[in-house]
Design a binder for this molecule. Structure first.
Ligand code: VAH
Length: 316
């Protein structure tokens, strides 16, 4: 029997690329993209689309009843920076949306659910380097503790109701097909657009702010690999650490200069996103993902930079 996949939050940075990848594997007609806004150009004309508001229980129930999805990817969320400007809305969207999906997964016996967590679940007292799967977690952003609470709910619904929900703690994600929205790591996408358009960029994070990042190709491949893995291989039902590549704005700028020698970077100060970045780990230990479902990174900083510039130069 073929899969019937519902992607909620399909217009987002992850959703846009995930819908395309899933349609390539399962057939466009078997992957329903959904979002609260009209579909973006990238997904508008190549498969089914539904309007979805994760806070509207009746709307979501209708989608589950109409499509009876075998897999649901819940990507709708408010990210770290915007979440600090609208804390109660961030909590409501990130939590209520998840609980609606988990409840309907029980009611409609959805075979698998994917929900994205983030390295934002770690905080100032978490180990900063090679942050392990299990450690002190004291996130001080609404986004971070909503993701931490969400991880607890995922494990609870697996243990108590048998929902096969799987999750990844994504690092900052970098891609060229869709822009990020309201995150602290967005600088690492904006810098490429500005470098090509204007030859310069002012980073809102300071020069030596190291953060775990990942190229979107790797993030999409990790997501699908996790979801395709046999259930007995999944030992983590909160969310898997995923490390990627750790670099600073300066290191990224130096890599861009190898292709655009005249590129200049400058640094703003007193941006509120600096304090968020400073509370997060510099690097992540993802050995559990490697061990359980064979995770292996393919894009390092040079390869990601080359690929971003190669693809974006046609578009900007
Ligand atoms: C953010 N892009 O910046 C997200 C991500 C690790 C960061 O979760 O909020």
């Amino acid at each position: 029997m073929s899969e019937k996949i519902l992607v909620i939050g399909a217009n987002g940075q992850i959703g846009t690329e995930l819908v395309t990848a899933l349609r390539g594997i399962h057939g466009a007609e078997n992957v329903i993209a959904s979002d609260i806004n009209s579909p973006t150009y990238a997904i508008r004309n190549n498969g089914p689309f539904e309007f979805a508001n994760v806070l509207d229980k009746d709307n979501l129930h209708h989608l589950f009843d109409k499509h009876r999805p075998t897999q649901v990817y819940l990507l709708a969320a408010m990210l770290s920076a915007v979440g600090e400007q609208k804390p109660k809305m961030a909590w409501d969207l990130n939590m209520t949306g998840l609980l609606h999906v988990l409840d309907f997964a029980v009611e409609f016996k959805t075979a698998k659910v994917f929900w994205p967590s983030s390295i934002a679940v770690f905080g100032p007292h978490s180990p900063q380097y090679d942050t392990p799967q299990y450690c002190v977690m004291d996130p001080n952003t609404v986004y971070g503790f909503s993701k931490l609470a969400g991880e607890r709910w995922c494990e609870y619904y697996f243990t108590k109701y048998g929902v096969d929900v799987r999750s990844i703690r994504y690092p900052g994600l970098i891609g060229w097909k869709a822009n990020p929205g309201g995150g602290t790591t967005d600088y690492a996408v904006h810098i490429f657009h500005e470098a090509l358009k204007h030859g310069k960029y002012q980073s809102f994070l300071s020069a030596n702010t190291a953060l775990p990042m990942m190229y979107m190709e790797d993030a999409i491949r990790a997501t699908i690999t996790l979801m395709d893995a046999p259930a007995e291989q999944i030992s983590i039902r909160s969310s898997y650490n995923l490390g990627g590549i750790s670099f600073t704005p300066t290191q990224l700028a130096d890599e861009i200069k190898k292709h655009l020698p005249d590129f200049e970077i400058s640094y703003a100060d007193a941006d509120p996103r600096q304090a968020i970045a400073d509370s997060w780990p510099k690097s992540i230990d993802d050995s559990q993902a490697q061990q359980d479902w064979g995770w292996k990174l393919e894009y390092d900083l040079p390869r990601m930079t080359q690929d971003m510039l190669q693809n974006l130069k046609e578009l900007v």
